[in-house]
Design a protein around this ligand. Structure first.
Ligand code: PLP
Length: 466
């Protein structure tokens, strides 16, 4: 096999090819179709190595996905073995063993009464599938007007048209069209941004009341689904207050609104369980979407867990010939499902428990960064956390966009051997679950030094008072 040349001169050639031929995700029009991003050469455990040979802790685990770590020989072997056994079969009229066995294993981890899975190619297609299933379900049940979807500010649910229509961060919509007529938005359950003088309990009451009012003014007969990440991930690791999720679930049950829990990030060990909805937050959704950690990023796969009662409802309808006209060429992909089975073996064989054990140290080491004046809040749960920087700790004003504080911190971190995910004024951390206590210490020390350097830099440039 010819090895790719990733020496510095080879890297320059790759950069040139990428600039001329690649369209990167989430580009801006000023550089679209003419942009190369940092070249990563290899990965091992919690580390990736760039083209200069510099080893970096993979702080975001790729995109919240490399949960069992890089370069796992057992996963590579399964990819090879399954490709040699059966690389593909059409799910339109055949089935394969890995997808069926995986479905049974996933049902064993899902909340009671959730026994079925529909596989997709990733998270966006999982959310899209859940929404289209809700539409189909209500059509067949003779209530075609019950289709509106309730989402929340700060949410991220994907990049296909309908899933993207649910996104709640301003820049997701600034220049993009969406099916906005189908979507209703509630506030983000972000306690850090609650109005001043309002207690967390009162803030939570207000959020629940907002949903109750929305249902009353819109009419429950027009609302098909409520879609929520248990923890808003890309919105800045927003951990909802108190029993918010349980109370939102109760309102959905009361008004026959399907609760779709988007666990694309929170499932497969990120919060120490395979699924977090019931095991961490005590809620039983009607559907759970997942992707990313299901294969730890070794193969694109996603899916929707669906409560069995929804199938009974459909089977009891008067339309036994109504077709759920939805399926992807790569639904139930045998290689993806075989990799997911091996990935689940690794999680069940001690890694979930290890993630639960180590998360206390992870959260407390990062929380200590709140001592730095630039840091407004460090929040998180399990092995996901966000460091939010503010200009003023009294008003909690976010630092303005043009300061790009996240990117400044990321640049210093990279020089010291840590990759972070910069999000405007925030840095998001979600390392592989295999991270050790010493590695967490190293990560936290690098973050501490990088934030201090950024503080000095901002003061020197007259951009921040300090
Ligand atoms: N849902 C959530 C909560 C996500 O964080 C993401 C991606 O980050 C998606 C859905 C979309 O997943 P994908 O990028 O695999 O389509």
């Amino acid at each position: 096999r010819e090895e790719a040349d990733v020496s510095p001169s080879g890297a320059a050639a790759i950069e040139d090819i990428a600039t001329r031929h690649l369209v990167q995700p989430w580009p801006t029009s000023g550089s679209i179709g003419a942009e190369a991003r940092g070249l990563i050469q290899s990965g091992e455990g919690i580390y990736v190595t760039d083209h200069t040979g510099r080893r970096l802790i993979d702080g975001p685990a790729g995109m919240w996905c490399v949960n069992v770590g890089h370069r796992r020989p057992e996963l590579a072997q399964v990819l090879y073995d399954q490709a040699m056994d059966l690389s593909y079969n059409s799910p339109w009229y055949t089935t394969n063993a890995p997808s069926a066995v995986l479905a049974e294993r996933l049902a064993g981890h899902a909340p009671e009464g959730m026994n079925h899975v529909f596989y997709t190619t990733g998270g966006s297609s999982a959310v899209e599938t859940a929404l289209r299933f809700m539409q189909f379900y209500n059509n067949v049940r003779g209530r075609p007007e019950k289709k509106l979807i309730v989402s929340r500010e700060g949410a991220y649910h994907g990049s296909t048209y309908l899933s993207a229509s649910l996104n709640g961060r301003p820049r997701d919509h600034d220049w993009m069209d969406s099916a906005s007529q189908l979507v209703l938005k509630l506030s983000s359950p972000n306690p850090f941004r609650r109005p001043s003088g309002v207690s967390v309990e009162a803030f939570c009451d207000g959020l629940v009341e907002e949903f109750r009012t929305l249902i009353a003014t819109t009419g429950a007969e027009r609302i098909g689904a409520f879609v929520a990440e248990p923890i808003q991930a890309s919105g800045g690791v927003i951990v909802p207050p108190g029993d918010y999720l349980k109370r939102m679930r109760a309102l959905c049950t009361e008004h026959d609104i399907l609760y779709i829990s988007d666990e694309v990030v929170t499932a497969f060990g990120r919060l120490g369980q395979v699924f977090a909805s019931d095991d961490v937050f005590g809620i039983k959704p009607d559907m759970i979407t997942f992707a990313k950690g299901v294969t730890s990023g070794y193969f694109p796969l996603g899916g929707v867990m669906i409560a069995s009662r929804l199938f009974s409802d459909l089977r009891q309808s008067n339309h036994s010939d109504a077709m759920f006209a939805h399926g992807l060429t790569y639904s139930s992909h045998p290689i993806g499902c075989a990799v997911a089975l091996k990935n689940l073996d690794i999680l069940e064989d001690g890694l979930l428990e290890q993630a639960r054990t180590i998360s206390g140290h992870f959260q407390s080491r990062l929380k200590a960064l709140e001592a730095l004046p630039l840091v407004g809040e460090v929040r998180g749960l399990g092995l996901m956390a966000c460091i939010e920087c503010v200009a003023d700790r009294v008003s909690n004003n976010p630092l303005t966009l043009d300061l790009e504080v996240g990117k400044r911190i990321d640049k210093h971190c990279q020089e010291m051997g840590l990759l972070v995910r910069p999000l405007i004024n925030m840095c998001v951390m979600s390392p592989p679950l295999t991270i050790s206590e010493n590695q967490i210490d190293e990560m936290a020390d690098i973050l501490d030094r990088s934030i201090r350097l950024t503080q000095d830099e901002l003061v020197r440039e007259g951009l921040w008072k300090g």
